[in-house]
Every structure is written in C-alpha cells, then in structure tokens.
Write a protein that binds this ligand. Structure first.
Ligand code: F3S
Length: 77
C-alpha cells in the first residue's frame, strides 16, 4: 500500500505535482500543494490505488524541494 502527503512547510508552490498527478494533488488558496485524493485532506491516511503509483512516483521525483512524502503505511498529519 502507498500513502502520501505534502509537507507544506517546505512546498514552494512550484505547481509541478498537480500537473503531474492531478488525481492526487491540488493546491490550496496560497498555491501550496495538498493531497486531495478521496478527500484525504492532506492527512496522508488514504490509500493510493495502484493505478496511480506511476503518477505518485513522478510527482515525488519532480518536486524540487522533496516535499512530497510517500510511505507504505499511513501518515497521520
Ligand atoms: Fe510544492 Fe513540490 Fe508540488 S514544491 S507544488 S509539493 S511539486
């Protein structure tokens, strides 16, 4: 299983992740990214389905500040 959240303390609102993985990430009013998949609310507690694993990895690889966190077990942000 895969889980993800965005560390908004280090996100610089570059906008890459939402373009790469629009089903997983969107932006708040300040342009900072957050996990919106299945209304996760950027808590990192929603399991990401396998068909989105490629998007997940591409978004993580593409983030210039390593703000996209991925783990095999749920976060609790
Ligand atoms: Fe922020 Fe990284 Fe996305 S800087 S907007 S989390 S690609």
């Amino acid at each position: 299983a895969k889980f993800t959240y965005v560390d908004k303390d280090t996100c610089i609102a570059c906008g890459a992740c939402g373009a790469t993985a629009p089903d997983i990430y969107d932006y708040d009013d300040e342009g900072l990214a957050e996990v919106i998949y299945a209304n996760d609310g950027n808590h990192g507690t929603t399991e990401i389905p396998e068909d989105l694993y490629d998007d997940l990895q591409d978004a993580s690889d593409g983030c210039p500040t390593d703000s996209i966190k991925i783990a095999d077990s749920p976060f609790n942000m």
